[in-house]
Design a protein around this ligand. Structure first.
Ligand SMILES: Nc1ncnc2c1ncn2[C@@H]1O[C@H](COP(=O)(O)OP(=O)(O)OP(=O)(O)O)[C@@H](O)[C@H]1O
Length: 356
């Protein structure tokens, strides 16, 4: 029988598939003759990985004893661009952006946020896609949903599927945003962001307006963001636009945590055959060029569209499906990438909401 020290040494060199690095000294072992109880402490949530990791560890350690794995996490607040002060009640803001409209940014945001919640994190979504706010609909809120207001000033975000949600759509009529110009949009968004009573969030996902114009740039400069995700399709033109997205975040020194390639392959609903209609390596070459990761690829899937449109995104309506598993994996990779961000040696204290 191996000693606990020998087992520790093996575990420390095990590669964390979510970030490609060895786990290191994050294991605690308690053992007796029959049982090995292992606790793994991570900087990101990985609840849904428990069973597969337990099996992997058991085979890796060649243990004949019963192996039980517990995964714990402690999510830290990470540095923001230019060390802008953080937001009360929010540890990390993640901006989800795309170079152009219609690539599935909102669908990706909602499923990613829900997947992160399923991994065990406290999660919120801010729908900043002012010209086409769709998070309310995708999260199943009835039309006309309004947040509660506290002291005439602070919004209590409505909850769905355990996730706190705020959207421009909760505060405006259908026609309002169309008439707004850039500064009004960014002003209103900053106000919603800072005047919402976010309740102890590990991650707040911001569904950014599509594109890389003034509004997006101003938001990227003002919102205290820990990291960003770029959603793209494999088509050349979308990739070109995605480049602008990456460059925008580079310019304001927000780490790009990865690229999500959406509508990557088409799955034939008759025979199940996968076909890469728009080519299959676009996201990878983009990621290589800018030294960022492809966090995952989603197929063009009828179920993704139908379930989102019906207010029950696929991560909650079909949690055991292959597609939901892709979103879960992307969520873990995102969390792991943020947690292991080397440029991030210090964290900033959060401040209270301002009164003006
Ligand atoms: N992987 C997918 N498979 C099938 N349909 C998808 C997929 N991803 C998104 N869609 C559908 O494509 C449409 C556009 O998606 P979505 O609204 O998420 O895009 P967007 O980039 O946020 O758009 P915009 O920027 O214009 O707000 C929606 O009807 C959505 O259901």
């Amino acid at each position: 029988m191996q000693t606990d020290a020998q087992l520790q040494a093996t575990l420390e060199t095990l590669i964390d598939d979510n970030c490609g690095q060895p786990y290191g000294a994050v294991w605690t072992l308690i053992s007796d003759e029959k049982r090995l109880h292992i606790t793994l402490s991570l900087g990101y949530p990985a609840h849904k990985e428990q069973a597969s990791l337990e099996a992997r560890i058991k085979s890796q350690l060649s243990e004949s004893r019963d192996v039980v794995l517990d995964i714990e996490h402690k999510i830290e607040s990470h540095a923001t661009q230019g060390n802008i002060a953080g937001l009360k009640g929010v540890k990390n803001i993640i901006a989800v952006a795309s170079g152009k409209g219609g690539v599935g940014k909102s669908t990706t945001t909602v499923n990613l946020a829900l997947a992160m919640a399923k991994e065990g994190a406290r999660v919120g979504i801010l729908d900043a896609d002012i010209y086409g706010p769709s998070q309310g609909m995708m999260m199943g809120f009835a039309e006309g949903t309004r947040p509660q207001v506290r002291e005439d000033k602070f919004f209590t975000p409505p909850m769905a599927y355990g996730v706190q949600v705020m959207s421009m759509a909760f505060l405006t009529t259908k026609d309002t945003p169309v008439a707004w110009r850039g500064p009004m949009v960014t002003g209103a968004l900053m106000q919603i962001l800072t005047q919402t009573d976010w309740d102890d969030l590990d991650y707040l996902f911001i569904d950014m307006p599509p594109g890389t114009g003034d509004i997006q740039l101003t938001l990227a400069q003002k919102v205290p963001v820990a990291g960003s995700v770029i959603v793209t399709t494999p088509q050349d033109i979308a990739l070109l636009d995605a480049r602008r997205g990456i460059e925008m975040f580079n310019k304001v020194k927000i780490p790009v945590l990865g690229v999500v390639e959406n509508m990557s392959t088409h799955i034939c609903s008759n025979c199940g055959h996968h076909e890469a209609i728009f080519g299959d390596e676009g996201g990878a070459s983009l990621a290589k060029e800018y030294n960022v990761n492809v966090l995952g690829k989603l197929p063009l899937s009828l179920a993704i569209r139908e379930q989102s449109d019906a207010g029950k995104p696929i991560v909650v309506s079909a949690p055991e499906s292959d597609t939901a598993a892709i979103y879960q994996s992307i969520a873990r990779k995102l969390g792991a990438t943020l947690a292991s961000n080397q440029n991030d040696q210090f964290t900033m204290p959060t401040i209270g909401m301002s009164d003006d």
